[in-house]
Ligand binder design. Sequence first.
Ligand code: EPU
Length: 293
Amino acid sequence: MGIFSGLETIVETNHPLAAHTWYGLGGPADYFIRPATVQQLKEVVQRCRENKIHIFVMGFGSNLLVSDEGLHAAVIKLEADEFEHTNFEDDQIIVGAGVELSKLVLECVQKGLSGIEALTGIPGSVGGAVRMNAGGNFGDIGAVVESVTLMDNHGNVFEKKKPELIFDYRSTNITAKFILGARLQLASADPEQIMRTVKEAWISRKNTQPLNTRNCGCVFKNPRGVSAGALIDRAGLKGLQVGGAVVSEKHANFIIAEKGCKSRDVIRLMDVIKQRVKEQFDIELEPEIEIWK
Ligand code: EPU
């Protein structure tokens, strides 16, 4: 493995990506790389630059669709211990990008720290959640981010702080290739009260979303405050199927992957949905999920 010689322990070649995504779909990556340290990540980034290998950064793959053909690229996942630390400093947390968001929410509840309980049930890593400003009707993660530690595609590590950081609906002004970690500002509160909010968020999600299916959350962004799910529903598209991909009967902004589903089925179904919603409401739906091809 000339390109990554010396890094064989963290690099796998022709590695299937499906098992790393919630959808369980998609082909292999030429290189799948799990650096153990920031230094190793720098090394990997430099080798990729020198060899003109495109990099994709993977979180928990919960909002991701990988093409059936796979990727002639390097997919980098920050899941080693170095990226999974959580340090509490009074009412702030310094947290690694690889930490699971739902675990962090629970830890904060136990410690009586309020601020991210509305994110209950959102699957994903902290890095992925910050990157796309994950959230729902009751708030998003951007509201509590004080600063982020980033790495650019030259391997330089730097920090970006409030008020330089801008969080918008499902987007941020972070352009650096990697989010390594974040500092979150929470507030002390009664654990029982926080737990009540967590439970309410869970119940609401359970009642309105097809949780125990193969899906990747909401497929389209809500256009200007309208629910994309409500639009798709009003267009009569619940239950619509292309190959193994089906519009959920429970929430129309979810596409469920049934047995035998391919990524291309999901993409074709998304195209049909976009076209029908455009025809009926003259609204252009934009994907919320990332599609890697
Ligand atoms: N609605 C329908 N039919 C449907 C789905 C929804 O009529 O098939 C109606 C509901 O009855 C409700 C309204 O649309 O009146 C809003 O629905 P919901 O509360 O489910 O919220 P949403 O806007 O569809 C957003 C986020 C979800 C998040 C929920 C709850 C987006 C694209 N979606 O959905 O996020 O879980 O609020 O906080 O921003 C995700 O990002 O992956 C995701 C699922």
